[in-house]
Design a protein. Structure first.
Length: 240
């Protein structure tokens, strides 16, 4: 009986020892994973998902340095976003392997992100990874494009697909953060001068600048897209 108690106590000691060893592995800058393949960068008390092999290589990491921890421990870590920048002004929030372009620091701050956690990467490597504009969502279903200081509601998943954007890349933000951005219509232009209002699943040419201004639209909120993207959106009757 005594030997069984000693064995049990020894077993408990080993479990505690392993737990301490695992916990000790999580230091600032550590690369960690649980039982699944997803790898995280532990930085500033948060686990930041490195969501693709391309992003892993962009950051210059080595898979040999990834440490395995228990799923229980991983799940207890608060999750954070991975944010990078090249040599220019824009920064990029990484989600599902896609760099989502944030045009300036002010927008990043308004969305509730910290400027201190931005990693510098090689501009040449960053350009080789397909990018998207910044899509966000609050607690509700609508998806918004952050363009300049405005939030444009994308009313249809078909429009997202026509643009070549993936709905799952939309970054979840607080409703308070989202409400800091005035809402506006989704306005686009291709390589020409025509500006279109995208409403539901069609685009409508706004036939002149005076009408555009009279409707109360903001020229700074017009998103320039490729003609190939623009041509994938069915056209409705022009607004005159």
């Amino acid at each position: 009986m005594k030997s069984k108690v000693m064995i049990a106590a020894h077993f408990i000691f080993l479990l505690l020892f392993v737990s301490v060893q695992i916990s000790a592995q999580i230091t600032e800058g550590s690369l960690i994973r649980g039982s699944k393949d997803a790898v995280y960068l532990y930085e500033s008390g948060k686990a930041r998902w490195i969501s693709s092999d391309n992003i892993f290589k962009l950051l210059g990491f080595d898979y040999k340095n990834v440490k395995k921890i228990s799923d229980t421990q991983l799940n207890k870590l608060p999750k954070g976003w991975l944010i990078v920048r090249g040599f220019g002004n824009p920064v990029y929030i990484i989600n599902y392997g896609t760099p989502l372009k944030v045009s300036d620091w002010n927008i990043l701050m308004k969305l509730g992100f910290e400027k201190t956690n931005i990693r510098q990467v090689q501009e040449e490597k960053l350009k080789k990874i397909p990018q998207q504009p910044l899509l966000v969502k609050g607690s509700g279903a609508p998806i918004y494009l952050i363009n300049g200081e405005k939030a444009c509601w994308i009313q249809s998943e078909k429009i997202l697909k026509a643009m070549g954007w993936d709905i799952k890349t939309a970054v979840a933000v607080s409703d308070d953060a989202l409400n800091k951005f005035p809402k506006t219509q989704f306005l686009v232009r291709g390589g020409g001068d025509k500006v279109y209002l995208v409403d539901r699943e069609k685009k409508f040419w706004i036939s002149n600048a005076e009408l555009f201004n009279r409707l109360g639209y903001d020229w700074n909120a017009v998103l320039t897209v490729s003609d190939a993207q623009l041509n994938k959106i069915p056209e409705g009757v022009p607004i005159k």
